[in-house]
Design a protein around this ligand. Structure first.
Ligand code: BES
Ligand code: MN
Ligand code: ZN
Length: 506
């Protein structure tokens, strides 16, 4: 991955392919953000007016390349928009910095090294720039020729040199290390999401988890299809039984110590969701390799927690299955006996996420963790409700739901609290089984949440993140968000684990 270095060199003197400066929207046109003074000096103090002439306004998303004047070591200056300039004495917001750094890194694909002379006034600012740059530099090229002469993919930016972050200051060193671990794990989640479903089967995903566990001191236990039968995991088996690629339940345990708090994370890992016998129509299945994004996020968060040595115990549960139609597939009308003992009438085989999660939630509950958070690309309804960039947060505890929402906001992820209205439960009443896997169409994202709640152990604090919108980005890249898998919710999960370790949660 792209390397991160902290440098004391000046913006004019560091040897690099490009120097990145920030430009913001001022009252009377673009203004140069702090950190780029030496670059401005090389332009005789006229960089803002040059950028103005070139049409720059300082708006978020802008990226303008200029050849450097004499006096700068880097041959190219890249000016990226930061949005509105802060009031006098104020600082740029973390998300503005993250996005501008991401835009810069993306724009510099193919370059070896760039000096980032963005406004860094604190370790938090340095963290935001580092995260944005490392996430923005991401590219998924594993399946491309890599021959740029033939239109193949260029290599991502090789090195991000942060200027203004003090390399000998412990606080800066710590945030840089955290940013690298976090970004590498988010990018690992993105790789998993982007890997085509013919290669990323449940078994292959479990093998990746197993290898990462060895590398980072995480205990990994894998239940294969035989063990799942033995254990009575009817939900996971019912979803996976139509596929030639059998299901898995993977448990990842990062243990800090006996007396530490315990956070359990549960991820939906449908490596491909065809809908099963309730087959999705064309137009709805092209991106369904992304249906394991919840499991990818959980996996990444556990590894990040281990790499950072967080003072909390984190267990990750990956409920992995492929939802396919076949002669052995679950039919609409079948009844499954879940791991909890509850029976479920499957009315729609495309409502499969709640079936695998129901088993994993009940299993996770047996350990009586201090809190459970599940993450899933669960419903199209959540995308209709909140759009493509915001995940929904449901919970059985108002304070915990608020804490999750605020934690997401703190790390720059968009989320919104959603209710679990009790009256929607009766829509899932089944004449044959304890519950049906479908209810009323209206509010069906919340219905899915209510279904999951039935599989959370008594008295356990639980939140459900429906990331169906933000998990997979189909539009043009922006900021640090690439096309394809985004790694949505990883930063929120890691921050939640940190907060629990700080005694600030659960
Ligand atoms: N994986 C889908 C949800 C989804 C939709 C994820 C769009 C990402 C983007 C899920 O398994 C599903 O098919 N849900 C159904 C449930 C319905 C049958 C009750 C849905 O939302 O339509
Ligand atoms: Mn489905
Ligand atoms: Zn699904």
């Amino acid at each position: 991955m792209t390397a991160l270095t902290l440098s004391t060199a000046g913006a004019a003197t560091l040897r690099a392919d490009a120097v990145v400066v920030g430009v913001a929207k001022g009252a009377k046109g673009p203004v140069i953000a702090p950190g780029a003074e030496a670059v401005d000096t090389a332009f005789d103090g006229k960089l803002a007016s040059v950028l103005d002439t070139l049409g720059a306004s300082g708006a978020e998303g802008e990226a303008i390349k200029l050849p450097s004047p004499a006096g700068l070591k880097a041959p190219v200056v890249l000016a990226v928009g930061l949005g509105a300039a802060p009031e006098k004495g104020g600082a740029y917001g973390a998300e503005a910095l993250r996005r501008a750094a991401g835009t810069a890194a993306r724009t510099l694909t193919g370059a070896k090294k760039a000096a980032f002379a963005l406004p860094i006034g604190s370790p938090e600012d340095a963290a935001a720039v580092a995260e944005g740059a490392l996430l923005g530099a991401y590219a998924f090229t594993a399946y491309q020729g890599g021959d740029s002469a033939k239109g193949g993919a260029k290599a991502p930016l090789g090195e991000v040199a942060l200027l203004g972050a003090k390399p000998r200051d412990k606080a800066y060193k710590a945030v840089a290390e955290r940013a690298v671990a976090l970004a590498e794990e988010i990018n690992r989640a993105r790789d998993l999401i982007n890997t085509p479903p013919n290669d990323l089967t449940p078994e292959a995903f479990a093998a990746v988890a197993s290898a990462a566990g060895k590398e980072h001191g995480i205990k990994v236990q894998i239940l294969d299809e035989k063990a799942l039968v033995k254990g009575g995991f009817g939900g996971i088996l019912g979803v996976g039984q139509g596929s030639a690629n059998p299901p898995r339940l993977v448990k990842l345990s990062y243990t800090h110590g006996k007396n530490a708090k315990h956070l359990a994370l549960v991820g939906k890992g449908i490596t491909y969701d065809s809908g099963g016998i309730s087959l999705k129509p064309a137009g709805h299945n092209e991106t369904m390799k992304c249906d394991m994004s919840g499991a990818a996020a959980v996996f990444a968060a556990v590894v990040a927690a281990a790499r950072l040595g967080l003072p909390v115990n984190v267990t990750g549960w990956l409920a992995l299955a492929e939802n396919m139609p076949s002669g052995t597939a679950t039919r609409p009308g079948d009844v499954l006996r879940m791991y909890s003992g509850k029976t479920v009438e499957v009315l729609n085989t495309d409502a499969e996420g709640r079936l695998v999660l129901g088993d994993a939630l009940w299993k996770a509950s047996e350990e009586k963790p201090d809190a459970i958070v599940d993450v899933a690309t669960l419903t199209g309804a959540m995308v209709l409700a909140l759009g493509n960039r915001t995940f929904g947060v449901m919970a059985n505890d108002d304070a915990f739901r608020t804490a999750v929402h605020e934690t997401a906001e703190e790390v720059g992820e968009q989320s919104w609290p959603m209710p679990l209205p009790a009256e929607l439960r009766k829509g899932m009443d089944s004449p044959t089984a304890d519950i049906a896997n479908m209810g009323e169409r209206m509010g069906s994202g919340l219905v899915a949440g209510l279904f999951l709640q039935e599989f959370v152990g008594e008295g356990i604090t639980w939140a459900h993140l429906d990331i169906a919108g933000p998990a997979f980005h189909e539009g043009a890249p922006y900021g640090y968000t690439p096309k394809g898998g985004t790694g949505s919710s990883v930063r929120t999960l890691v921050r939640l684990a940190e907060r629990m370790g700080e005694g600030d949660l659960g």
